[in-house]
Structures are given as structure tokens and as C-alpha cells.
Design a protein around this ligand. Sequence first.
Ligand code: GLY
Length: 582
Amino acid sequence: MGDQSRIILVNFDLMASTRRLRLILLALVAAVAVAHPRGASGEPVRARHGMVGSADEHASRAGLRVLQRGGNAVDAAVAVGFALAVTHPAAGNLGGGGFMVIRLADGRETTIDYREAAPAGARRDMFLDSAGQPVADRSLIGPLASGVPGSVAGMALAQKRYGRLPLADVMAPAIALARDGFEVSWALADSLKSAQSLLAQSLAAARAFRRADGTMPDPGDRLVQRDLAATLTLIADQGPDAFYKGAIADLIAAEMARSGGLITKADLSAYTPRERLPIIGSYRGHRVVSMPPPSSGGIALVQLLNILERFPLAAYGHNSSRSIHLVAEAARRVYADRSEWLGDPDFFDVPVAGLLSRRYADALRSGISETRATSSRDVKPGQPRTFEHSETTHFSVVDADGSAVAATTTLNGSYGNGQMVTGAGFLLNNEMDDFSAKPGTPNMFGLIGGEANAVGPGKRMLSSMTPTILVKDGKTRLVVGSPGGGRIITTVLQVVLNVVDFKMNVQEAVDAPRFHHQWLPDVIRLERQGFPADVVAALEAMGHTTDVGADMGEVHAIMIDEATGLRLGASDPRQDGRTLGY
Ligand code: GLY
């Protein structure tokens, strides 16, 4: 398909000398215009036993070491999560939250929800001014932006219930990285420099990351984080209670009291991670295992797949204007539903069965034209109840037995709210921005929310994180996830489609150019590389508005080859992550 379409595009370029001819040709190629693959990094990483893919090489190495020392996929995932809190401070965290989807070799499937929760002092209008308008940045910067962190409790719960090793063994690599330091990479040096002004607002954060002369580290410098090492050691020795009830809780409460934040010791001690049943869907013979609310990711992914399964996407071509149009039309409807129907299930009755119902997907699909864009003005959230019955990070792990973990974790924005807990060495999240501060007002990702996702004490804010495992014939086939705010869902969707419909190997599936639609704003976002002008023009001829911009997502995916059992891993060429296996 790629070669054939390239020839068509060359002919098109040569012949398009007049406007009339151009329009005729545009109509002809509209159905077959296909994007060039991004400068593909090509082949996946291969290994026979276990594999770990994460945003940072030190963290992947930590996970690999735990696998080689007899830990299972959950032990390794928890080792990676704690290591990322040291080596990838923009998103790896102790002060944030996340989700883990687990599929054990014996077929058991579960999820751990360690999403942050609003403190008891949170109020529905806390981000509004006296005129009822959202106050710029109040949910993003400063102490009110933080929800009660869930990562430490969630990872410890997953490890205790499903791991094999003592928590201290699993945390040892992270402690060593914080205590002994590690070499700052180009990516980390760049990232810290770009966050310099945010981090400068917190004395503890500025001190933790600056060199003795006050400048930010250069690539090759050694970054030692003594306070963080002490915090990690306390957790390893005493378990999560050290963080939620003990000395670390005291430091968090003191930080909040000093800066005017809301999180108290009572909030910390009340925080409980939840084990939840996964969202289950099916797509062209694959079982889809993904994250339930308070993430919207699993439901939205399955809704999208339910709608798209009825279209012969493979015949329409990878990233052809026709395929992109259909995915965008499905996404427009699914994100409209997200705005209305998704929120913390402990506070809002999410119509899960209706949203996942195939009859509901058929109803949504019936409104999609194969040749014309719908206007988002004309798309409103549906009625599923009648069918009832810049910064996050993802890592994937498979062990020698075939157990698998897909985990996505976040502080929300890069480096969260920029506030470091003094004496504890970790940053706090700005996840409160994932609530809808005011119904109909977009958050940082331009996502609209309503009543279901209003701020409420103890409530968990809606997420788009979509850690997902695909199963074929009872065996794990693909472990996948990504950062990217609202774009996480469509990023994961496209990797799944690339593997299942377009038969790509896992690295090609991750490399391929991405696009995104989220209902509002009514625009298809296309990555700058990989979508030729005629594909964009063909989409516009169908009535879409397009916007060509920056890269989307950072996928770390592992596939298990059906025939050989080989682990095939892919880290995203858009960033500097690393997949390692043995
Ligand atoms: N903070 C981004 C998300 O959870 O979707």
C-alpha cells in the first residue's frame, strides 16, 4: 500500500499544475492517499525471557535487574515506577498517581487504581473567582493544584498482592540511583532547563536539581538526590505507612500548611488505592483489557474499537484520508461522551455497560458518513444509559512466565505543580486540573467536562491514561500505553490498529505518524512528519479542519510473537526511552 500510494503521490505532484486538475486529482486520490511512514527506526528489540520498556534507560535497567533476580512482571513494574521517580522527575513520581493493568501468566486480569484524590477541603468552586469564572493556572500551579498522591500506596499494593519479592528488594535500584546519583542525559538536562522557572518557585525543588553554582545540570553531570533517597529508604523499610501516616506524611502536611495547600495528615491516612475489574472489550479476535474509571481510557478505547470494527480499515489503507476520517469521526463522538458520562465511579454512576454496548456503538456509527465530516456543533454526548445492561509516562513489562504489566503514571503537567515537599525530595502533582473546574470550560488538554467530573472532596479526577493489554487465543499479545493527556486514548488506539488491522511489527506500529480528534476543538491534529499535503487536502475536502503540529505520545510497547514466544519491544522514536530484554 505504501509503495503504491507513493507512486500516486509523485504523479499527483507532477501533474498538479493547474487548480482544476488539482481538484480532480484530489477527488481521485482522496480514498487512497496514504501517509509516508516516519523515518522508521525499524526493528523491535528482541528477547527470549523478559522485557521492560520505559521512558528512561536507568529505570528500564532497574526493571530488568529485578526480572533477572527472580522478580515477576509486577515486581519489575514497581521497580521501574520507583526508579522513574528518581531519573525521570518530569513524570515519574512519588507525589502523583497512576494506573496499572496486570495480566498474570495464569490468565488472571486485574487493575490497580492509584489515581490522586481531591483533599477533604476541596470544594466544587475552588478554582473559580467571585464572578464564577475559572482563575487562570490555579489548578495547575501552587499548592491547591495537588491531589492526594496515590503512587506509593498503589505500587505497594500491586507488589504485595501480585509480586514475589520483598518490597525493599524491588525498591533497591531506585534507592541506589537517588543515593549514589546517575549521569544526567541530554534529554533530562533539556527537560530540567525548560522547567527551570517553574522549579525555581520551590526552594526545595530548586536546590534538588541545581548545581552548586546555581545553574541547571548539563548532560554528563551526576545528579544525587539525598532527601529522595531517604524518603525511598523509609518506604522500603516501613512500607507505604511511612508515606501516608509516618514521617513523610508529616513533611507533606508541613509543606501544605506552610504554602496554603489543602492536603492534611487525615487526607493522607484516608487515601486507599483500589483494585478494580478491568474494562474488557474485543476487537477482530483480540480481547482488550484496559483501565476502568476513574480513567476514561479503557471505555473510550473500547468504544472506538467497537465503532471502527465495522469498517474495513485495512482495505482503506494505513493513514489514508479515508481511514483518518473514520477514526476522527468515531473519536468526535466518543470524546463527546467522555465529557458527559465519565468521572470517578465512586461518586458518579458511570453508564459503563451502555457505553461499551455494541448496539450503542452501532447507533453512534450510523451517524458517520464515509465521505463527509460531521461538525462537532452537531455532535452532542449520546444516551448510553438507554443501552445499559506535556506530562505522563508509560511503561510496559513482560516476564519469563508471560505475566504482563501496563502501567501509566503522572504528575499531570511536566514536573507537576513544581512544588517539592521540603526535606522529602519529591515533587507534587497538579492533577486537580483534570477535574472540570467549571462545566464546559476546557482543562489544560482542551478537554471539556461536566457534572460527572466536578471537583468534590475525596473524589478522583477523570483521567485519559490507557494502559492496555491485548490478548489473542488466551495469550498476552501486546502490552501498550502512552502519555499525552487527552491524546493518550487515540495514541493507544492507533498502535492497536497498526498491529491488528495494518499488520505492522511493534516498532513500525509505534513509529507510524499519529493524528488525533477529541470532539472539541473540532480539528484533526496531525503530526508534522508523515502526512503528505494531499492527505491533509483530502481531509479538508471532506469538511475537516486540520492542524499540523508537534509529535504526540511516547509509547513503550511489548509484543509477544504468537509463533515463537519471542518478546518484541518498541520504544517511541519521538523521545528517549529504552526497551531492554534478556
Ligand atoms: N493527567 C492526565 C490524565 O490523567 O489524563
